[in-house]
Design a protein around this ligand. Structure first.
Ligand code: FEO
Ligand code: CA
Ligand code: CA
Length: 582
């Protein structure tokens, strides 16, 4: 099961398949729930999440909406030994594929704490599933352009579904940003050669083998429900097929959890990458807001989006209307890191000569942001995952989870280890603490390692008590405690499963900033069950309840012998009711 320090208690909640409301059918442990039932149940493979107190705008720590990403699905979804496929591995049962589509996306679930400290699901009208089939708006510079015209909406203003929602993002106006990471696992193409615009995002003929598009039928009987997952041009124009469907994924999707009938909105001004996290920097009145965004792929980049509008605290409960104001107009940048500890944010704008030579519009720059970033020589990183902002200093921390394909001679100052099996955490300080700065300073905060590794690799001097590999989830709580979660590929000397560590990188002694010794302060706080990844973390506003997600557990977590493993949320609290602390 899971382990926490002495004096702490855990409760497992909302595992995959949990009914969302009073009318949803019960979870069937043998995989026999139907697609329609799955649409009313918690999705699969929990990932990033955030707690939204109820009522909106309050600091209530006893009732709120937990918004949870469901990154992907696996064969435990189905009855028997897996889904029905033909000899080529293509799915043959439409209802199984519909169930898969409904297991993806995001859950909004109301949770309430009773006086004994137990949490349970409530249902006062907010609970909702957003899936890989939900209709969504496109907004910002790409919306309504030829790049996103499909047979579903020839105006290019709407699309269907969100997939592979991984790290989380959020706004200061009460909305959630669901990230779209490995969408190339779902949308496929049979084009040969694959155009650069698709190849640079990893599209292939098979993706991750979901192959939902295989149910589309032949050209004479195109089934629109499934055809959209195959982007091979088949019609006379883009308006009659799904060649552009891949351009409708890879965005940040803004969701208003407080408005259960609102339409999720894909914010195209923030760029199209394999989005991991999207956390804002410090939010300060009368200044623009910056969101920091990793593109999780070996040798891909770290981005930021800066709003044109300055933050007005009157927008704090603004919902998607505030999103229109701050997220549809702004500037996208990509990071370059230099040897002397300085760095540069390079603007990805059509006015940049190298981009004007390749692209015909800003909409193209945003849609193909990876290609744009290649053209301005962004620094290739070791898989940028989550970032978070230190509330005490404004510094941005970013996990670089690992990169075993970085060869000797291919290192760069910000990614200095060849065969980087254990990853590291990098730290940036914007010039003048300005969200819109175009330069920054940086250093490496900590390197993952086995305790026994040579000091040339165990650069941070980790011990058996705090060795870790593959930092992925990352979050500063509002007190300045940094929580680091792992998605481990490398076995540790201590045989520790995936885990969550905590450290206070910087504190305030009166007005004086102090930086405790990282190695001494870095402490293992939580260890997950065998086979899992620990990902997704948040707390109630009183810092007394913590939510942590367990993704793809092995064994029989959490239901025990004879059951299928289920991803779930673990609720952590102190036995004495105090704040979660180191
Ligand atoms: Fe879905 Fe980058 O982890
Ligand atoms: Ca991740
Ligand atoms: Ca991961």
């Amino acid at each position: 099961m899971v382990s926490v320090p002495n004096g702490y208690t855990t409760q497992v909640m909302i595992p995959w398949g949990t009914p969302l409301n009073g009318v949803a059918p019960a979870f069937a442990g043998d995989g026999t729930n139907t697609a329609a039932e799955q649409a009313l149940q918690i999705g699969a493979n929990h990932d990033g999440m955030k707690f939204y107190p109820l009522p909106a705008g309050s600091e209530n720590s006893d009732r709120g909406l937990l918004v949870v990403n469901h990154e992907y699905s696996n064969s435990t979804l189905y009855a028997g030994d897996g889904r029905s496929v033909d000899a080529d591995g293509n799915p043959t049962d439409p209802d199984e594929v519909r169930k898969d589509i409904n297991a993806h996306g995001v859950s909004v679930v109301e949770l309430v704490r009773d006086t004994s400290g137990e949490w349970s699901i409530a249902n006062t009208g907010f609970n909702r599933r957003i899936t890989a089939g939900t209709t969504m708006n496109l907004s910002g510079p790409v919306a309504g352009t030829d790049l996103v015209v499909t047979a579903f909406d020839t105006s290019g203003m709407t699309t269907r579904g969100t997939v592979n929602n991984c790290g989380r993002g959020f706004t200061p106006w009460g909305t959630y940003l669901a990230t779209e990471e490995n969408f190339q696992g779902y949308v496929t193409t049979d084009e040969d050669p694959i155009p650069e615009e698709k190849a640079r995002y990893g599209l292939s003929a098979t993706g991750f083998g979901y192959l939902w598009g295989a149910l589309a039928g032949d050209a004479s009987e195109v089934n629109d429900e499934f055809a959209r997952w195959d982007t091979t041009p088949s019609g006379a124009t883009a308006a009659s097929d799904y060649r552009n469907a891949s351009n409708t994924f890879g965005w940040l999707v803004e969701i208003d959890p407080y408005n259960p009938v609102s339409t999720p909105t894909k914010r195209t001004a923030m760029g199209r990458i394999l989005h991991e996290g999207a956390e804002p920097g410090r939010v300060i009145a009368d200044r623009p807001i910056a969101w920091y965004m990793g593109d999780d792929n070996r040798f891909d980049y770290f981005y930021k989006f800066v709003s044109d509008e300055n933050w007005d605290p009157a927008d704090a409960d603004g919902g998607l209307t505030a999103g229109n104001k701050y997220l549809d107009n702004g500037t996208l940048y990509v990071a370059r890191f230099f040897e002397d500890g300085s760095g540069e944010w390079v603007e990805l704008d059509i006015s940049v000569p190298a981009l004007a030579a390749r692209f015909s519009s800003q909409a193209e720059v945003l849609t193909y942001a990876r290609i744009a970033a290649d053209l301005v020589n962004a620094t290739p990183m070791d898989r940028p995952e989550w970032s978070s902002t230190d509330p005490n200093t404004g510094e941005i921390y970013l996990t670089l989870t690992n990169n075993t394909r970085r060869e000797v001679g291919g290192e760069n100052p910000a990614n200095p280890r060849a065969n980087n099996s254990h990853g590291h955490v990098i730290r940036l300080a914007e010039a003048g603490d300005n969200p819109a700065a175009t330069t920054f300073d940086w250093d490496i905060f900590v390197f993952g390692s086995n305790a026994s590794a040579d000091p040339s690799f165990n650069i941070s001097g980790l011990t058996l008590d705090n060795e870790f590999a593959s930092p992925d989830g990352l979050w500063f709580d509002k007190r300045g405690v940094l929580w680091i979660q792992t998605d481990n590929g490398a076995p540790l000397d201590s045989n520790t499963n995936d885990q969550m560590l905590a450290v206070v990188p910087a504190g305030l002694d009166g007005d004086r900033l102090i930086r405790p010794d990282t190695q001494a302060q870095l402490k293992r706080f939580f260890v997950g069950p065998a086979g899992c990844e620990v990902t997704g973390v948040d707390m109630t506003p009183d810092n007394r309840t913590m939510f942590v997600n367990i993704q793809h557990p092995g064994g029989t977590f959490p239901d025990g012998a004879g059951t299928r493993p289920r991803s779930a949320t673990v609720v952590i609290s102190r036995n004495d009711g105090g704040e979660i602390a180191l």
